[in-house]
Unconditional design. Structure first.
Length: 128
């Protein structure tokens, strides 16, 4: 019962967001949502941890920081203007590697890592 209610509520919010998007931009085309954006959303959910709100937030923050860190690394390279052509494929490859890495090594995502860190420091003074 609660799954159906949450699905209906999230569908309502998605519909309102789509309506506001169309109102703001005055037109909605398939070019507005490229494949890389879908991959980004999928990666954020998987990296953050599926099934938790905290995981979605952590995944979105983490996956937003990855392209920014890549830009920073590419800017630090000598002759960085020559490497800007490679930035988009490298970003896609890193998104794919992060998805595979988190699915293999940490299936519960960053939310579980955060819970373990909190549990460790909660019990830290009393450990043997």
């Amino acid at each position: 019962r609660y799954k159906l209610l949450s699905f209906g509520l999230s569908s309502f919010y998605a519909g309102v967001a789509g309506g506001l998007w169309a109102y703001f931009f005055r037109v909605v085309t398939p070019e507005s949502f490229p494949l890389l954006m879908s991959i980004f959303f999928l990666a954020a959910i998987i990296v953050g941890g599926m099934g938790s709100i905290l995981g979605g937030i952590l995944g979105a923050v983490f996956m937003t920081m990855v392209p920014e860190l890549l830009k920073l690394v590419f800017d630090l390279l000598p002759n960085s203007t020559e490497y800007t052509v490679f930035l988009s494929p490298v970003r896609t490859i890193i998104f794919g590697l992060l998805i595979i890495g988190f699915l293999v090594f940490e299936p519960h995502g960053l939310a579980e890592v955060w819970r373990r860190i909190r549990r460790f420091f909660h019990l830290w003074p009393f450990r043997n």
